[in-house]
Ligand binder design. Structure first.
Ligand code: NAP
Length: 351
C-alpha cells in the first residue's frame, strides 16, 4: 500500500501525447511538480500546450530528454520521484514494420522505464497506461469467456506480429511490467486499461490514432457508410481522473479496465448527428459485412479480412465496475465526449 507524498515530483513519460497531456493538466492543477522526460526538450512548438497549462496552474513542469529505446535515459528525470506514470508508447494501427514501430518501443520502453524505477530508491508506485488491447484481441473472444463480458481477469492471447500488432505490443508490455514488478517489493504497480479514448485533448493537433479515427467521421472518408464494429469508448478526461486516482489512492491495486461505454463505431458517429449532421458528411449507413470484408483491406491496410470476420457486427462488452467502485470514476455520456472532441477539431480547422 503506497502513500504518495504530493510535495515530491511526479514523473510522466510521453507527456507530449494525447492521453498524458490531460493527465499532466490534472497534476498541474493539483499543484504538483511534473517531471516530463520527452524526446526533444528543445521543441518549444511541441511543448507550448503543456507550457500554457503550467503557466496558468499552481503546479510546475520540468523537462528532461529521454527516449524509450535508450537505456538509462529516464534515470535523471526520476530522481526524487515517488510516483511514476508510464504512458509513452506508440498508438498506431497501420505501420510498416510492427516490430520496430510498435513492439520495440512498447516492450523495450517498459523494460527501460522500469529499469530506472528499480535503480531509483525514492519510487514507491508505478502506474502504467496499458489498454483493453492487453485484455482482448477480437470481439469474437467474448464467445470463449464465461458470462461473455471482458474483465480485469482476462488477457489477450490472440494477437501477434501479424494479427492486431498494436494489441500485441500492449499485451507484451503489460505482461513485462507485471513480471518486473513481481521480482521486488519496494514499488507497487497499477495498470489503467482504457478502451478507445475520445474527447478533447490539450493539443488539438495530436497525432494519436484516436484523432485519425474520429476525424474520418467528418472528412468524407466514410460518407458512403461504415461498418458496425463493437468497441469500448472512454473520455480522455475520465482516463486522466483514473490515472490520478490510481496514483494517489493508497488502496488502488492491480488492473483497472477503464471503459466508459460498450458501443460500436457506427454509434460513435451517430452521437454527432443531431449537432453536426447537417454540416458534415457523418456516415448514415451501416455497410454490410461482406462488403467490408471485400473492400476493407484495400481501403485501409490495418483492416485485414481476419479482423473483419472476428469484429464486424459483433459487440464489445466490458465490465467497468472495479474502476467505478475502487477509484470513484464516473463516466461522461458518450455524446458529450464525441461532440466536445468533434467541436475541438472544427475549432482547430482540422475539419
Ligand atoms: P500519442 O498521442 O501518440 O502519445 C504517445 C506518446 O508516446 C507521445 O508522447 C510520444 O512522444 C511517446 N513516444 C512514442 N515513442 C517514443 C519513444 N521512442 N521515446 C519516447 N517517447 C515516445 O498516443 P496516446 O493515444 O496518447 O497514447 C498514450 C498511451 O495510452 C499509450 O500507451 C497507448 O497505448 C495508451 N492508450 C491509448 C488509447 C487511445 O485510444 N488513445 C487507448 C488505450 C490505451 P512524441 O510526442 O515525441 O512522439
Amino acid at each position: 500500500m503506497a502513500q504518495i507524498d504530493q510535495s515530491k515530483p511526479v514523473l510522466v513519460t510521453g507527456a507530449t501525447g494525447y492521453v498524458a497531456g490531460v493527465l499532466v493538466k490534472k497534476l498541474l492543477e493539483q499543484g504538483l511538480t511534473v517531471h516530463a522526460p520527452v524526446r526533444d526538450a528543445g521543441n518549444a512548438e511541441k511543448l507550448k500546450y503543456l507550457n500554457a497549462i503550467a503557466e496558468n496552474s499552481p503546479g510546475a513542469i520540468k523537462y528532461f530528454e529521454a527516449d524509450l529505446l535508450e537505456e538509462g535515459s529516464y534515470d535523471e528525470a526520476m530522481q526524487g520521484c515517488e510516483l511514476v506514470y508510464h504512458t509513452a508508447s506508440p498508438f498506431k494501427l497501420a505501420v510498416d514494420d510492427p516490430q520496430k514501430d510498435l513492439i520495440d518501443p512498447a516492450l523495450k520502453g517498459t523494460r527501460n522505464v522500469l529499469g530506472s524505477v528499480n535503480r531509483t530508491e525514492s519510487v514507491k508506485r508505478v502506474v502504467v497506461t496499458s489498454s483493453v488491447a492487453a485484455i482482448y484481441s477480437d470481439n469474437s473472444d467474448l464467445d470463449k469467456i464465461a458470462n461473455g463480458v471482458f474483465t480485469e481477469e482476462h488477457w489477450n492471447t490472440g494477437s501477434s506480429l501479424t494479427h492486431n500488432p498494436y494489441y500485441y505490443s500492449k499485451t507484451l508490455a503489460e505482461r513485462e511490467a507485471w513480471e518486473i514488478q513481481g521480482k521486488q517489493n519496494r514499488w507497487d504497480l497499477i495498470t489503467i486499461n482504457p478502451s478507445l479514448v475520445i474527447g478533447p485533448g490539450i493539443n488539438p493537433y495530436a497525432t494519436s490514432e484516436s484523432f485519425h479515427l474520429i476525424k474520418q467521421f467528418g472528412d468524407g472518408t466514410l460518407k458512403a457508410g461504415m461498418p458496425k464494429m463493437g468497441l469500448g469508448a472512454v473520455d480522455v478526461r475520465d482516463v486522466a481522473e483514473a490515472h490520478y486516482a490510481a496514483g494517489f489512492n493508497a488502496n488502488a491495486h492491480g488492473r483497472y479496465l477503464t471503459s466508459g461505454h460498450n458501443s460500436d463505431m457506427f454509434e460513435l458517429a451517430q452521437a454527432l448527428m443531431s449537432k453536426y449532421g447537417a454540416d458534415y458528411p457523418i456516415p448514415k449507413k451501416v455497410l454490410p459485412k461482406w462488403l467490408v470484408w471485400m473492400l476493407g483491406p484495400i481501403m485501409d491496410k490495418a483492416v485485414t479480412r481476419t479482423i473483419v470476420s472476428r469484429n464486424v457486427n459483433r459487440p464489445f462488452r466490458a465490465d467497468n465496475t472495479k474502476v467505478r467502485d475502487e477509484l470513484g470514476i464516473e463516466f461522461r455520456p458518450l455524446s458529450e465526449s464525441m461532440n466536445d472532441f468533434f467541436g475541438q477539431m472544427i475549432e482547430a480547422s482540422i475539419l
